[in-house]
Design a protein around this ligand. Structure first.
Ligand SMILES: C[S@@+](CC[C@H](N)C(=O)[O-])C[C@H]1O[C@@H](n2cnc3c(N)ncnc32)[C@H](O)[C@@H]1O
Length: 272
């Protein structure tokens, strides 16, 4: 298979947007091109002229393609120092509210959301919280909603949890079933799962904290601005935004509307 030309990539992305409404045109071109090429290689497709009819007419093929585009790598308590900072500097702000809302945008398979529920439980705040967890990948959302993970993942998760300031052991929060574990129902009760696409969907409520980690890196600056504008619209005054370790508000269209809580941990407070 020859390397794809820029106009061929554009044709594929237009076909996807036209037929399915998923707009990948604002994603970084190098990585989206690589992912299209991966799909073509996996399905032994040599030319874009063979790919486009399959994108247009085969829903299963398209779902498979979106799963390939959607990189769902995640971990419980990923980047433990960020969780420690959330515990020490953001939870005390949330504690001042009788009820509060948290939005996990691009939550993938949900580990970040259960981590937050555990952190809140240990701080005695879970009863006051509603956690909205969204992603545009329905397969990842179904997995997240089940709260079932491979047991072997719990080794790294436990290490992260303790480094993040966890005060018990992680197995307090799940029960084991063979080679899997399942998160306890009382954690799930506080989570609302929904499909939401950061390229085109709107704000759905006023949040006290938004986490959107490790997805803006795949977006070009205009699409990053779109997502960040959405977060600014969705935060209450004094609300907090948490981004991924390689993401930042600097140079974005909303930078002046936030103050910095921690630049290293990518934590920002909405001013008004
Ligand atoms: C690397 S995971 C990040 C998971 C978690 N936030 C973390 O940091 O561990 C990126 C997630 O972004 C989601 N995503 C990519 N583009 C999206 C979009 N336009 N709208 C919503 N979610 C998107 C993918 O489906 C994937 O689950």
């Amino acid at each position: 298979m020859k390397a794809m030309q820029a106009f061929e990539v554009e044709l594929v992305l237009q076909a996807i947007e036209h037929r399915w409404g998923y707009d990948f045109r604002g994603y970084a071109r190098t990585s989206i091109t690589r992912r299209i090429e991966n799909v073509m290689r996996r399905h032994q497709i040599c030319h874009v002229s063979e790919l486009i009819p399959r994108v247009l007419h085969e829903p299963v093929f398209f779902d498979d393609m979106v799963s390939d585009f959607s990189i769902t790598v995640t971990q419980m308590f990923r980047d433990p120092p960020v969780w420690k900072k959330l515990l020490l500097e953001v939870l005390p702000l949330l504690e001042t509210y009788p009820f509060f809302k948290i939005w996990h945008a691009a939550c993938a398979t949900g580990e970040e959301v259960y981590s937050m529920a555990i952190l809140l439980q240990e701080a005695g705040l879970l009863e006051r919280a509603t956690l909205y967890a969204t992603d545009f990948n329905d397969t990842a959302l179904a997995y997240a909603r089940s709260g079932r993970y491979p047991k072997e993942n719990m080794v790294q998760a436990e290490e992260n949890y303790l480094a993040a300031g966890g005060v018990h052991t992680l197995d307090n929060y799940y029960y084991a079933q063979g080679n899997s574990v399942e998160m306890h129902q009382y954690l799930k009760n506080h989570i609302v799962w929904a499909n939401h696409n950061l390229t085109c969907d709107h704000s759905f409520g006023e949040m006290n904290l938004i986490l959107c980690r490790n997805v803006l890196i795949y977006f070009t600056q205009p699409l990053q601005n779109r997502a960040l504008e959405l977060f600014a619209q969705s935060l209450s005054g004094g609300g907090v935004l948490c981004l991924g370790s390689r993401e930042s508000l600097s140079f974005s269209s909303v930078a002046s509307r936030f103050s910095v809580i921690s630049s290293g941990k990518r934590l920002y407070k909405y001013k008004n």
